[in-house]
Design a protein around this ligand. Sequence first.
Ligand SMILES: Nc1nc2c(c(=O)[nH]1)N[C@H]1C(S)=C(S)[C@@H](COP(=O)(O)OP(=O)(O)OC[C@H]3O[C@@H](n4cnc5c(N)ncnc54)[C@H](O)[C@@H]3O)O[C@H]1N2
Ligand code: MOO
Length: 406
Amino acid sequence: MSGREFFTARTLAEVLSGFRPVHRTPAEDVPLSAALHRVPVADIPAPAALPGFARSTVDGFAVRAADTYGASDGLPSYLDLLGAVRMGAEPTVAVRPGGCVAMPTGGVLPAGADAVVMVEYTAETMPGTIEVTRPVAPGGGIVRADDDIAAGAPLVPGGRPLRAPDLGFLAAAGVTSVAVHARPRVAIISTGDEVVPPETVNLAPGQVRDATASALAGLVVDAGGEPIIAGIVPDEPGALKERLAAVVAESDLVVVSAGSSVGARDETAGAVAAIGQIWCHGIAIKPGKPTLLAECSGIPIIGLPGNPLSALVVFGQVGVPLLWRVAGCEYAPPQPSTRARLSRDLPSAAGRLDVVQVRVRDGVAEPLFGPSALLSVLTRADGYLIIPEPATGLDAGTDVEVVLYR
Ligand SMILES: Nc1nc2c(c(=O)[nH]1)N[C@H]1C(S)=C(S)[C@@H](COP(=O)(O)OP(=O)(O)OC[C@H]3O[C@@H](n4cnc5c(N)ncnc54)[C@H](O)[C@@H]3O)O[C@H]1N2
Ligand code: MOO
């Protein structure tokens, strides 16, 4: 890399909308029991209408609605009790004018009926005669055969991670296997002569154990990916290029931590440029400015800043949405958040998005400060808030949205 400045600092919004490597993971069939949070490759159509038959939603009596019009406590309608519907069975009796049939919740609506009046608004004043004291409109107390879904309509959309209720809906429709995008394989490469494996018991002076790879692996699993810890590469010209070339062929997304800044040993840009195209070097975000984005044959490559805190913040903002996109999901699912009152003034430079770690107690968000070189800030945080690019800070007492860590 020439010079000591980053090529172009892009905003986070520009990155998310503009950096669009085309690679998507292939489809695979999974049973419903393994489909939670997986992304269907396409809309899944209903093989048949649901519920499939008109059914009661209340315990009561199937009626012709017109027979109940004007009914009141003072002037009830009197209907002949013609029989009863059994749960899970075809009705054996139809409703004729002036008649009614006893119904359980969920039973099949008998022919001739267009509503079910709730048992609370009825009384059997004499054997075989039902007194109705409230009118019911046509369609009242029932769902029709295709109210949940019509045959052929999409049960669940493609490109959106499956949620628990989706699994129930698919099960109700008899869909027990789903074509979903394969989990993205995310190669995680750490760099730096001083970085040693976490298993290292005694550190030589200046050595640090690799913190970033383990944390990134956790974020990858959280976002539905399969982390591949691809080791620690020393600061040697050529070493990173070699490792990158080896992993890119077997990954859906590649993450390199450290070496993306502007120091003498910062090799990432050169190595990445040798195997792919750099899209941007520098994002208008704090922490995380020295971030590099590139692609190689449609596979996204992210060069993260060396400071573990910055690396994790950037991966959350940029890597996680990219990971979901590679898995066929255009927009990452929203994270849980809460509203809180800011405990103190927060300064920020205009033109840069700030990700501020906070603790939340009793509805108050307390910013946690410390250099990005300190990992403990993230462990103490309950979540983060964002100060958008145009703002020059936030005043104490501002109502802020805090995105919560799980
Ligand atoms: N003159 C300037 N110096 C620095 C700037 C700047 O703009 N001008 N930016 C600072 C910022 S911000 C960051 S972030 C770092 C990014 O530098 P690199 O991406 O080149 O990363 P390194 O220098 O290799 O590492 C930084 C720091 O993080 C430690 N590290 C690296 N990898 C790991 C790991 N896997 N586990 C634990 N710790 C790791 C490394 O030992 C360094 O202490 O540059 C600033 N400097
Ligand atoms: O901006 Mo660096 O990415 O803080 O640690």
